[in-house]
Ligand binder design. Structure first.
Ligand SMILES: Nc1ncnc2c1ncn2[C@@H]1O[C@H](COP(=O)(O)OP(=O)(O)O)[C@@H](O)[C@H]1O
Ligand SMILES: [Mg+2]
Length: 252
């Protein structure tokens, strides 16, 4: 589905260049749950922003279903983001003046879907994510975990095939984090949504099928979960983090 080929990203001008990404390459297969891990400043957000076409690469290529996203026009890019990508961010990004139902349906409404279609689709996704009973509430009336579920529902309501999440558990307590990670796993397993999640947290990463480790803008290592249970995988992730060097407490 997604191919990242030798991408580089520089920030700044001639005398003051930050190399945020340095020859990063990987593929994401349809239906995968891939986590990108790395300490603060390792280039995770930059990588996600390049993939989501919010930012552009300095070198290299990003292909979605074989098509170079750099070759798309502004209109095609907007359409691509709206129809193919779902986003879940740390701060939810819900609109306070809209109900949960309206927040979830927004992308569909903007795509000119008729009201009945929007309602049916919103209810279907809400049911799967267990938030049917809060559809008429406003964001300030629901819990952090419910806001995050709402954000998840919104991210896939239009049938988006790739979910991008940047530190989605960063603002949640451990119970709400676990809850969200279970939801993301469900979206991956039962709704066949491909997940690309960025985190600096080993516990969050242990839900993935594969973890890529970034260090100073480079891919440092890769771990596959295979048939192993989540807690075994969690300990393997911690081992890699220790080998990554630096301050492990920085990524726990
Ligand atoms: N807009 C920007 N301008 C200049 N430097 C940036 C910008 N965004 C990120 N960087 C730098 O690029 C590096 C990677 O940052 P980032 O992708 O945000 O890392 P992470 O998400 O892993 O914490 C850091 O050194 C950061 O300071
Ligand atoms: Mg970041």
């Amino acid at each position: 589905m997604l191919q990242v080929q030798n991408i580089e990203k520089y920030y700044g001008s001639k005398n003051n260049v930050t190399k945020a990404l340095n020859r990063v390459s990987f593929d994401v297969a349809d239906g995968e749950f891939l986590v990108i891990m790395g300490a603060s400043g390792s280039g995770k957000t930059t990588l996600l922003n390049c993939i989501s076409t919010i930012d552009t690469v300095s070198a290299g290529k990003i292909l979605m279903d074989g098509e170079d996203v750099a070759g798309l026009s502004e209109d095609a890019l907007a359409k691509f983001r709206r129809e193919r990508l779902g986003f879940v961010f740390q701060d939810f990004n819900l609109l306070d003046t809209l109900t949960v139902e309206e927040n979830i349906g927004l992308a569909l409404s903007l795509n000119h879907a008729d009201a009945q279609t929007v309602q049916n689709r919103v209810r279907e996704v809400a049911e799967k994510l267990g938030i049917t009973e809060i559809l008429s509430k406003f964001p300030y009336q629901v819990s952090g975990g419910q806001k995050q579920r709402t954000a998840c529902a919104r991210a896939i309501v239009a049938g988006q095939s790739l979910l991008l999440a940047d530190e989605p558990t960063g603002a949640l307590d451990s119970k709400a984090s676990k809850n969200l990670l279970e939801i993301i796993s469900t979206m991956n397993r039962d709704m066949r949504t491909t997940i690309l999640m960025v985190t600096h947290d080993a516990y969050s990463a242990s839900y993935a099928g594969r973890v890529l480790f970034l260090k100073d803008g480079r891919v440092f290592n890769e771990l596959l979960r295979g048939d192993r249970g989540r807690s075994v995988f969690y300990h393997e992730i911690l081992d890699v983090l220790a080998a990554l060097g630096g301050d492990v407490s920085d990524v726990l």
